[in-house]
Design a protein around this ligand. Structure first.
Ligand SMILES: Nc1ncnc2c1ncn2[C@@H]1O[C@H](COP(=O)(O)OP(=O)(O)OP(=O)(O)O)[C@@H](O)[C@H]1O
Ligand SMILES: [Mg+2]
Length: 336
């Protein structure tokens, strides 16, 4: 099947004037400015199939927003190719934006002084959305996003969470095939985040909308994305399953066991004791050495057990390790 998004050797370089120190430097800078180039996106290629929901991750300054802006037709690439749904985003901007939706967590796309409802009405006219379709979508999104409490409030008076919900609604009223989300949960509390996650999931699953999501919140990714791409310094370091990263770089799994009686020691083959608290013992084990079920079988055949829990290595610290220790720099073959 043809991919809905095709990105090939994409580059975006920004040219900045270099600041020189002191008065003499400033004068020189005016006469013969020196430039330096920031390679924000430095040769990225990927395909997305229709209906996918992919996490686009990377540390600050990695090039995520720059990529999203090019995909959304807001920035022109320095070189390389983007074809989305048969369109070249920056070349056919008007026809293109009518087919996509974008939400930038850092700034609203709505009119600051207008009430939410009037902003949405304006979008109906701009996108020429048929009245029936507009009403049907608005009814659905109002309910799913709980917009009614603030639909008559000017955008400037909305809380961050309310504004994000209004922006999401605005991005989807015209039934776009694609949704680009740049940090849609930034700065929100856990409840607001969860609401937005559920909404994104609904849009992807029920409407079949293809979604690219950037976020620093790995719970977003864990709940929503099977596939992730990780970039740094404008280069793609990984494109594959989130689960693979956890398995490869996540470190040990834990099994927490509440024994029915106090064992002074409770050794078991295949796992190490990492902690002890009364009748509760925490074991650590490696997925490739022993399966959780096997370990549990061994323990329960030797001891009387009240309760147990398997804890997966948490993805937050796994990804942090990947960034900090640059674990993926040489692992791109492992990605596929
Ligand atoms: N308009 C611009 N002019 C000059 N440099 C820019 C511009 N936009 C981005 N950059 C630079 O390009 C690089 C990538 O920025 P980008 O905003 O894409 O990163 P990001 O991955 O979205 O980071 P964050 O997680 O902080 O949002 C950074 O070094 C940034 O300073
Ligand atoms: Mg960004």
């Amino acid at each position: 099947m043809t991919p809905i998004i095709r990105v090939h050797h994409l580059h975006k370089h920004f040219r900045l004037t270099r600041n020189r120190h002191g008065l003499l430097g400033a004068v020189r800078g005016l006469i013969a400015p020196e430039y330096r180039t920031v390679r924000a996106v430095d040769g990225i290629s990927f395909d997305l199939a229709r209906g996918e929901l992919v996490g686009y991750l990377g540390p600050n300054g990695a090039g995520k927003s720059t990529t999203i802006k090019m995909l959304a037709g807001l920035l022109v690439p320095t070189s390389g190719e983007i074809v989305v749904n048969g369109h070249v985003p920056w070349r056919e901007r008007q026809a293109y934006v009518a087919r996509i939706g974008a939400v930038f967590g850092q700034r609203t796309t709505l009119w600051w002084d207008l009430p939410v409802s009037e902003s949405l009405d304006l979008l109906q006219h701009i996108y020429k959305i048929p009245a029936q379709q507009f009403q049907r979508n608005l009814d659905e999104f109002r309910q799913l996003l709980g917009l009614d409490a603030f639909i008559n409030t000017p955008v400037r008076a909305l809380s961050l969470g309310q504004r994000m919900r209004a922006d999401l609604c605005a991005a989807l009223l015209h039934d776009p095939d694609l949704l680009f989300l740049d940090e849609p949960t930034i700065g929100l509390d856990v409840v607001a985040k969860e609401r937005i996650r559920q909404f994104i999931q609904h849009v992807n699953r029920v409407r079949g909308t293809t979604v690219i999501l950037t976020t620093h919140d790995l719970s977003d990714v864990e709940k929503l994305c099977e596939r992730v791409m990780i970039i740094d310094h404008g280069r793609l370091l990984y494109d594959g399953k989130l689960e693979f990263l956890r398995e490869k770089f996540g470190g040990k799994r834990q099994l927490v066991v509440d024994f029915a009686e106090n064992y002074s020691d409770a050794p078991v083959d295949g796992a190490e004791i990492a902690g002890r608290d009364g009748n509760r013992v925490t074991y650590e084990f490696e997925r490739r050495v022993i399966a959780a079920s096997e370990l549990i079988g061994r323990l329960s055949s030797q001891y009387r057990i009240n309760d147990l829990e398997v804890r997966e290595p948490d993805i937050e610290s796994t990804i942090r390790r990947i960034y900090e220790e640059k674990l993926l720099e040489n692992a791109s073959d492992a990605a596929n």
